[in-house]
Design a protein around this ligand. Structure first.
Ligand code: HPA
Ligand code: ZN
Length: 333
């Protein structure tokens, strides 16, 4: 089964580029930028990755990205992820970036987006991995800052496929960003947002995302199971969920494998993703292995998960069809 998963053509829809910053690259960038890190070694840095909920993870995540300063830093970060993705047979990825995590510490928006854009172009040319950027707003900052970031993104509209919402969900409901999302929709962006697992008011946040904002997709979203009406809404609209089992195991008390099983059985378009692989210790392949192991998934069920991902991807139909054909060719082999 491990071999089957390794060869499976994959689609990753929930990965934060800053969450792919491996300790080795952190040290290299610190050296290049003349910064000192409070760790003597890669091993010591990894030992400090102690988190058991979303806020404790986010603290380490934001501290870690302080070494990212220049356009080549973002290029190298993007290429490092795409090399990993290529090695795991990821054929297509939608990659989150948190511009405000950089602009808030004085790194220009332009440089962040240009570095990543250049990586995505080279990643396609050199590795054959297609990828697009999704710009996330940080929900623990004011809505006005999100709106300013949205406006700042407009000259780069062709380089960004959609918007998302991440960071600390406590006290930061979707409704806080209703005006930002309405404007993003008018500008032609596709819409997703995190509804993290087991937050205060998770089900109410999912309701707001679906009914008040009208999102195209939900990131995480397992708590939709708490409300049958919302499950029916997700099914009726074909809204996909981007689940991240290994991440769930770190920021909540479990992988929520049974919830993922239930969603699959209900016919919800659930997908398996890595979230912040450099911190949670698993890229998409390891996440597929973990959920296969927990649920004893069959080959057909694994294919179903990847089929869901390609179907809900933000790609034109002819490209989705090409990837789905690749998937079919793999399974018939
Ligand atoms: N949830 C919220 N914010 C995040 C995450 C996440 O899983 N990863 C990076 N920022
Ligand atoms: Zn996430």
């Amino acid at each position: 089964m491990k071999e089957f998963i390794a060869g499976l053509p994959k689609c990753e829809l929930h990965v934060h580029i800053e969450g792919t910053l491996e300790p080795e690259l952190k040290f290299a960038l610190a050296l290049r930028n003349g910064l000192s890190l409070p760790y003597a070694s890669v091993a010591q840095m990894r030992d400090a990755y102690a988190f058991d909920d979303l806020p404790s993870f986010l603290k380490v995540y934001y501290e870690g990205m302080a070494v990212l300063r220049t356009e080549p830093d973002f290029y190298d970060l993007g290429m490092a992820y795409l090399r990993r993705a290529a090695a795991q047979n990821v054929r297509y990825a939608e990659i989150f970036v948190d511009p405000q995590a950089h602009t808030s510490r004085g790194v220009p928006f332009d440089l962040v987006i240009r570095g990543l854009r250049r990586a995505l172009m080279d990643g396609y040319d050199q590795l054959g991995v297609r990828a697009q950027l999704i710009m996330c707003f940080l929900r623990d900052f004011q809505a006005e800052y999100a709106m300013a970031t949205l406006l700042e993104s407009l000259p780069y509209r062709e380089w960004i496929v959609g918007v998302g919402l991440d960071s600390d969900e406590k006290g930061n409901p979707p409704a806080k960003f209703a005006a930002v999302y309405a404007r993003a929709r008018r500008e032609g962006y596709l819409l997703t947002m995190h509804c993290d697992v087991d937050q205060d008011d998770s089900a109410e946040h999912i309701r707001q995302a679906l009914e008040d904002i009208g999102v195209d997709r939900i990131d995480h979203g397992v708590n939709v199971l708490e409300d049958q009406r919302l499950v029916e809404l997700v099914l009726a609209r074909g809204v996909g969920l981007t689940c991240c089992p290994i991440s769930n195991g770190y920021v909540t008390d479990s992988m929520h494998a049974e919830g993922i099983r239930k969603l699959m059985d209900l016919g919800v378009r659930v997908t398996i993703n890595s979230d912040d692989p450099a911190y949670f210790g698993g890229y998409v392949q390891e996440n597929l292995e973990a959920i296969q192991d927990a649920l004893q998934l069959t080959a057909d069920e694994l294919v179903r998960l990847e089929r869901n991902a390609f179907e809900i991807a933000w790609l034109p139909q002819h490209l989705k069809d090409a990837y789905l054909s690749e998937l079919d060719a793999y399974t018939s082999r």
